[in-house]
Design a protein around this ligand. Sequence first.
Ligand code: ATP
Length: 244
Amino acid sequence: MSTAVLVGHRLSKVYGELRVLDRVDFHVGQGEAVGVVGPNGAGKTTLLNVLTGVVAASEGTVRLDGRDITGMRPEKRCRHGIGRAFQIPRPFGGMTVLENVFVGASAGAGLRGNTAYERCIDVLTTCGLIDLANRRAVSLGLLHRKRLELARALATGPRVLLLDEIGAGLTEAEADQLVGLILRLRLLGIAVVWIEHLVPVLVQVVDRLVCMESGRVIADGPPDAVLRDPAVVDAYLGKAVVSA
Ligand SMILES: Nc1ncnc2c1ncn2[C@@H]1O[C@H](COP(=O)(O)OP(=O)(O)OP(=O)(O)O)[C@@H](O)[C@H]1O
């Protein structure tokens, strides 16, 4: 295994009587891409929320590069290299594409002036948005909004990028383009954790699949082995094939 960049150890999250995460162990290595699958309500988004610090774990620890960040606020985790993109992009609609990405570079990464601007140009080029830099975000189609969501996360300078169902709603051709973009990010050495119900899309990118059910990890390993695992087929895959 490559050196772990982000590690969750025995993470639990309890809401009243409901145990949404149940002693989950999770890790992603430097430059590794891990897919997270599982039925609705399995706890996938909650796991990402606990890793980013948006939700406090009821028990367990989170480490980034070996450092315990369990008590660290989300903004600080972002500064330390945890980036996140959401299923429903929420750009600042009245701002241009460049201005949106600038927010990631300045507020997210703490960059100023030319350094922030250069980061934005790099990120917009990587994400295929440079020609749209001066367009208002509100005028973008879905694929471009997803690219902008990724660009904003990238502008924060992540070492690990957490993606939550960013393929949802895209056509097959658009999903292929998204895969191409995420593969480019991998070439930059960024680790990726991607929750996605579109399993055929996910397996084009990831080295490893983690399947969750009822707040627990029920399988973790090479994608083909996880997809053949009877527990995964039983808990999830029949349903995923129907809904994909
Ligand atoms: N703030 C909260 N209060 C109470 N229950 C919550 C809260 N947030 C999440 N849950 C519950 O935790 C469970 C896991 O939710 P979560 O969104 O993590 O699942 P998921 O695997 O991401 O599902 P999906 O694939 O539908 O996005 C669900 O039963 C959900 O209703």
